[in-house]
Design a protein. Structure first.
Length: 122
């Protein structure tokens, strides 16, 4: 266990890719731990069985829980959390789609608090 509270041995044991590579591209595409692999594969299988919209509806409570869990982790309110896809969300943010003042910006496996002032004149 490190001072940051991360059990590195457990994290490596839960991440199959660690057995094959030394991976330094975590900011762009981190190796997935087994629980993430299982969740993604399970959702794809669910979509294949019942359809994408139906799978999204069935899993909506779990998604709502994600907002609550992130908020609890960083001491925020769930209505301050915004999630986006890793690539598309970041590109939109860079091109002018800015989060509101004090809004939490999240992407894939990272959570960061961004305090971005409103554009001039607003």
């Amino acid at each position: 266990m490190t001072s940051a509270g991360i059990d590195l041995a457990r994290a490596r044991a839960e991440t199959p890719g660690c057995e094959h590579v030394l991976h330094f591209n975590n900011a762009g595409a981190a190796l997935m731990p087994q629980p993430v692999i299982d969740a993604v594969q399970g959702h794809i299988a669910l979509e294949a069985r019942i359809g994408g919209y139906e799978a999204a509806e069935r899993e909506s409570a779990r998604l709502r829980h994600t907002y609550d869990a992130i908020a609890t982790l960083i001491g925020a309110s769930s209505d301050e959390i915004a999630m986006s896809s890793l690539c598309l969300g970041r590109k939109q943010s860079r091109s002018g789609g800015r989060p509101a003042v004090g809004q939490i910006a999240s992407s894939h496996l990272t959570v960061e608090r961004r305090l971005i002032p409103p554009p001039e004149g607003q």
